[in-house]
Design a protein around this ligand. Structure first.
Ligand code: MG
Length: 308
């Protein structure tokens, strides 16, 4: 039986803070819809254009929730869920999940079966995969900080077996390689729209760094932005290449040249965000206890499953 959780929880005013004239025209509704509330710490929103739903993680409660765009109802999609955190869809539209509790990255097939893509590096267990993106060749790139093993709150308390918190790539043939090893706590990641660059946040340093993608390797890693309020967690790009980063006071929007253009202020600390809806112009935010959305004047960037 499907349990329907309490539906839409009202609206709150949406406030934008302009910091650069290039923020003009980047607006949205005058209100944020609080689509659902009652979580403990929400992350990992992923929108399914084919299914017209949004999945998101309620990590400490160990469940994946599903908000239905056609009914506005939220229900439990998977529980227990291995304390999932970040999600994405691959080039076939299959769900890729980071699981804190099982210390692994998995893929849910069209047949519903869950297949492990990575649970170790060089024979040592991963920490607690946090966020994930899929590259143009089908490779899966993910971050592996230790938030899921620091305590029992977001997973299971445990030891770091690899020698730190790093970034990894799973090649299409299943091989796991380490692609960055100089982060404190790597977290959110997002490709530039032409897939030539990869932006990665560090929640301990409160930064976004930008790397050049060279096939199966990364180079560079220069500082792109420093967060002035809290730390960046999840990031997404719009179709003009602007970088939208979650922060303690809401969402910070950056021009690709690194300028902070403005902010969307949100009443709860934002963890992750994604663009969705049939026109990809609806911004979904997981923010502490609540799921919010806002229709914007911009649209999200390309996805691996586009035009397939
Ligand atoms: Mg994260």
């Amino acid at each position: 039986m499907t349990t329907i959780l309490e539906a839409s929880a009202g609206t709150v005013p949406a406030e934008f803070e302009k910091l650069d004239d290039r923020f003009d025209g980047i607006r949205g509704d005058a209100r944020l819809e609080r689509l659902w509330t009652g979580g403990r710490w929400l992350e990992g929103p992923v929108y399914s254009p084919a299914g017209r739903y949004l999945l998101f993680s309620d990590i400490p409660n160990d469940r994946i929730l599903r908000w239905d765009e056609t009914s506005y109802q939220t229900s439990v999609f998977r529980e227990p869920a291995g304390n999932t955190n970040g999600h994405t869809l691959d080039e076939q539209g299959r769900l890729i999940s980071c699981e804190h509790g099982n210390r692994r990255v998995t893929r849910t097939g069209h047949d519903g079966r869950i297949r492990v893509l990575a649970d170790n590096w060089d024979g040592k267990r991963l920490n607690s995969p946090n966020d994930v993106v899929v590259g143009p060749d089908g490779a899966v790139w993910f971050t592996d900080p230790a938030y899921g093993i620091d305590s029992d709150y977001e997973g299971f308390k445990g030891e770091i077996e690899t020698d730190g918190c790093h970034v990894y790539r799973i090649s299409p043939d299943g091989k796991v390689s380490r692609v960055a090893d100089d982060f404190a706590r790597p977290n959110g990641l997002a490709f530039s729209n032409d897939r030539s660059m990869l932006y990665i946040t560090d929640t301990e340093e409160a930064t976004i760094r930008v790397f050049t993608v060279e096939g199966d390797r990364l180079s560079g890693g220069e500082l792109f932005a420093e967060c002035g309020n809290g730390a960046f967690d999840g990031i997404r790009l719009d179709d003009q290449g602007r970088i939208w980063g979650s922060a303690a006071d809401g969402v910070h929007v950056y021009h690709p040249d690194g300028s902070l253009l403005g902010k969307l202020l949100v009443p709860e600390t934002v963890s992750n965000l994604t663009f969705g809806g049939p026109k990809r112009n609806r911004l979904f935010l997981t923010a502490t206890t609540s799921l919010y959305s806002l229709h914007t004047t911009v649209t999200g960037g390309p996805q691996p499953y586009d035009a397939r």
